[in-house]
Ligand binder design. Structure first.
Ligand code: OAD
Length: 241
C-alpha cells in the first residue's frame, strides 16, 4: 500500500497497459490492435502524406474499438484518487482513448493526443471533438479552410503535447508512479529518471514506482516495481492522509 502524506504531490503516467483489462490491446503485447498494420505505415507524417485513406481507416478502427470499451477498476481507482488529492495528483497518459475521463478523472493530460478529437493540418482552428469514422471509400474530411482534417494524435517523429506542463509537474512531484507502459518510447520513458534524478530544481528525489505484470525496459530507474495487473493492484493501493 502507498501511504500518501498531506505534503505529497503525485505524478502518475499511464500507458496502454491500464486499458488492457478494458479490452484495448497494447502496442507491444502479443496480437491485437496493430496486427494488420505496420505502425510506420499508419502513424507517421510520412504515412499521412502517402496514404491518408489508410491512416483514417486505422484511426476509424481504433475509434470503434475505444467507443466499445468501458473503464476498468484501474481507471476507477485513479479517478477516486483524483477525487481525494485534487491538484496534488497530476495524471498524464500516453493513451489516446478516453477511459480515464469515462471513469471520472477530470484533469487528464493526454501527451499523445486524443482519439476522439481531430484537427485541421493547415489552419489554426483548435482541435475539436470528432467521434466520426472515415473508412474508405468515404471522402476524407475537409476543414472549412480547405485543409485536410487529421486525427489529433501524436505520430512517430512528432513532438508530444503539453511537454512544458508535464516537466513542471515532474519537477514538483514527491511520488512518481508509472502504470502499464513498457518504458521504451521517449520522452515518457525518461520521466522516471527525471523525477528520481539529481536535476530537479529545489527538490530532492521523488520515490518512483512501476505497476504492471512485467518489468518495463527502464525498470532499473524505479525505486520499486510492483508486478501485477493494474485493475487488480490499483483499487487497494492508496492510503491518503
Ligand atoms: P506498450 O504496448 O509498449 O506497453 C504496454 C505495457 O503494459 C507492457 O509493458 C505490459 O506489460 C503492460 N500491461 C499489459 N497488461 C497490463 C495490465 N493489465 N495492467 C498493467 N500493465 C499491463 O504501451 P506504451 O508503453 O503505453 O505512442 O506505449 C507507448 C507508446 O508507444 C504509445 O503511446 C504509442 C506507441 O507508439 C504513440 O502512438 C505516439
Amino acid at each position: 500500500m502507498f501511504h500518501i502524506l498531506a505534503a505529497d504531490r503525485v505524478f502518475i503516467l499511464t500507458g496502454a497497459g491500464i486499458s488492457a483489462e478494458s479490452g484495448i490491446p497494447t502496442f507491444r503485447g502479443a496480437g491485437g490492435l496493430w496486427r494488420n498494420y505496420r505502425s510506420e505505415e499508419v502513424a507517421s507524417p510520412h504515412a499521412w502524406r502517402r496514404d491518408p485513406h489508410l491512416v483514417w481507416e486505422f484511426y476509424s478502427m481504433r475509434r470503434r474499438a475505444a467507443a466499445e470499451a468501458k473503464p476498468n477498476p484501474g481507471h476507477l481507482a485513479l479517478a477516486a484518487l483524483e477525487h481525494t488529492l485534487h491538484d496534488r495528483l497530476f495524471l498524464c497518459t500516453q493513451n489516446v482513448d478516453n477511459l480515464h475521463e469515462n471513469a471520472g478523472s477530470r484533469r487528464v493530460v493526454h501527451m499523445h493526443g486524443e482519439l476522439f478529437k481531430s484537427r485541421c493540418e493547415d489552419c489554426d482552428r483548435p482541435p475539436f471533438d470528432d467521434p466520426n469514422t472515415y473508412d474508405p471509400p468515404a471522402a476524407l474530411p475537409k476543414c472549412d479552410c480547405g485543409g485536410q482534417i487529421r486525427p489529433h494524435v501524436c505520430w512517430f517523429g512528432e513532438v508530444p503535447y503539453h511537454v512544458d506542463e508535464i516537466f513542471r509537474a515532474l519537477n514538483e512531484c514527491t511520488i512518481y508512479i508509472a502504470i502499464g507502459t513498457s518504458g521504451v518510447v521517449e520522452p515518457a520513458a525518461s520521466f522516471v529518471a527525471h523525477a528520481h534524478g539529481p536535476d530537479r530544481p529545489g527538490q530532492g528525489r521523488a520515490q518512483t514506482f512501476y505497476i504492471g505484470p512485467e518489468e518495463p525496459a527502464n525498470s532499473a530507474a524505479f525505486t520499486k516495481c510492483l508486478l501485477g495487473k493494474a485493475g487488480q493492484l490499483l483499487p487497494n493501493l492508496f492510503l491518503c492522509d
